[in-house]
Design a protein around this ligand. Structure first.
Ligand code: SAM
Length: 229
């Protein structure tokens, strides 16, 4: 029976890998990775040597076929993205969908298992100091850069529950300005989670912009933004 394991990997701190993730990587016949160079560093750190294949957003459909063949012949296949949980604003979901579709169609014997671990979304919420137990929250991944951006921003400003999104350093200041224009009263920005310069900045959109204006070095790295209604 083939096994497809979707393995979460560290967001930055190499120690954030579960014992089960390490065992799964060690037992794999092949590891598919969003970027083989990125996963190579993690594998080297834990002295794991395995055949590596690339599966990124551009090759996802084609590589899914290859993975299905391997699973049909009983292989243990692992998928990892560059950081965090595959399939969450990352490649992996379309490949899993293709495998599931084939399982339904031809009834072949394969297990698809999640090996959970880090995700920037969960890490940010866990230290943001926002109680979402009663309201829940909405995660929207990355905002569209052009088409659909204004509609998405309007949706955020009208949301009655916290909205969580991912942003890059190139667009964080633009986003904060847009949130200010949309009247966002409270914004929490979690930056460089699990890394040396981890920080959480919170305030109105204008206050968070002022923080970055005073600390231009902080407009670097990776960001999770939470907009609190
Ligand atoms: N699948 C990943 C996950 O579950 O965390 C997310 C992948 S997505 C391509 C990358 C985005 O996640 C970054 O642009 C940033 O918004 C967020 N992110 C990833 N690592 C982060 C970190 N260490 N600190 C803050 N945000 C991070």
């Amino acid at each position: 029976m083939g096994t497809l394991s979707i393995v979460a990997t560290p967001l930055g701190n190499m120690e954030d890998i579960t014992l089960r993730a390490l065992r799964t990587l060690k037992e794999a016949d092949v590891i598919y990775a969003e970027d083989t160079r990125v996963i190579s560093k993690l594998l080297a750190r834990y002295e794991i040597k395995k055949p590596l294949q690339r599966l990124d957003a551009a090759t996802e459909s084609k590589k899914a076929e290859e993975i299905i063949e391997r699973l049909e012949s009983g292989e243990r296949v692992v998928y990892v993205s560059d950081a965090g949980t595959p399939g969450i604003s990352d490649p992996g979901a379309r490949m899993v969908a293709a495998v599931r579709k084939r399982i339904l169609k031809s009834n072949f014997n394969t297990t698809i298992e999640a090996i959970p671990g880090p995700s920037a979304l969960a890490a940010a919420l866990s230290i943001a100091g926002i109680d979402t137990a009663a309201t829940g929250f909405m995660f929207i991944g990355f905002l569209p850069h052009k088409k659909g951006r204004q509609t998405a921003l309007k949706g955020i400003s009208e949301s009655e529950i916290p909205v969580v999104l991912y942003e890059s350093p190139h667009r964080i200041l633009k986003l904060l300005k847009e949130l200010e224009d949309g009247g966002a009263s409270r914004v929490v920005v979690a930056r460089e989670l699990t890394k040396m310069h981890e920080e959480v900045i919170s305030g109105t959109a204008a206050e968070v912009q002022a923080h970055f204006a005073a600390h231009p070095d902080a407009v670097r790295g990776e960001f999770v933004v939470i907009i609190v209604p």
